[in-house]
Design a protein around this ligand. Structure first.
Ligand SMILES: [Zn+2]
Length: 147
């Protein structure tokens, strides 16, 4: 479930729609935790058998955890990637929960690092504008500071 202080807006500079803080969200505050009925989950094998159009929906919205693709069915799916995100996974690299990495100011876009959860079907140009930008978000992409 998404933190109630967060709402969908069409004013994102990253990708038209995005999620924004309606009021300040404090460092370490819970941003999102999974709720079973807000997540669809299929195995990679099931994904391989889908018709092309259904596959594309998964490619556009899913994140991979181990051998499963997961997709949020609520507004969480609109959380954009940033190479300098203001949220982080907790525990690290396992989004059992997503928490604020620092204070997120009112009207600031809430962003997440997609990189640990990309699958080989996904690749898109990054518009995050951070100094650390990977430029193309894809599996195994590397931040500038790590190159
Ligand atoms: Zn970027």
């Amino acid at each position: 479930m998404l933190n109630q202080k967060i709402e969908k807006r069409s004013t994102s500079e990253i990708n038209r729609y995005g999620l924004f803080a309606k009021e300040i969200i404090f460092k370490n505050e819970l941003v999102w935790s999974p709720t079973e009925n807000e997540i669809k989950k299929i195995s990679v094998n099931e994904f391989e058998k889908l018709p092309v159009d259904d596959k594309q929906i998964w490619i556009d919205h899913c994140y991979q955890i181990d051998d499963y693709f997961q997709m949020d069915t609520d507004d969480t799916r609109l959380m954009n990637h940033s190479c300098d995100p203001n949220t982080m996974d907790y525990p690290t690299d396992d989004p059992t929960m997503i928490v604020a990495k620092r204070d997120i100011q009112k009207n600031e876009e809430v962003t997440w690092n997609y990189l640990p959860f990309m699958n080989p079907y996904q690749a898109f140009p990054c518009n995050c504008g951070s100094e650390n930008c990977v430029e193309i978000v894809k599996k195994n992409a590397v931040f500038k500071s790590d190159r």
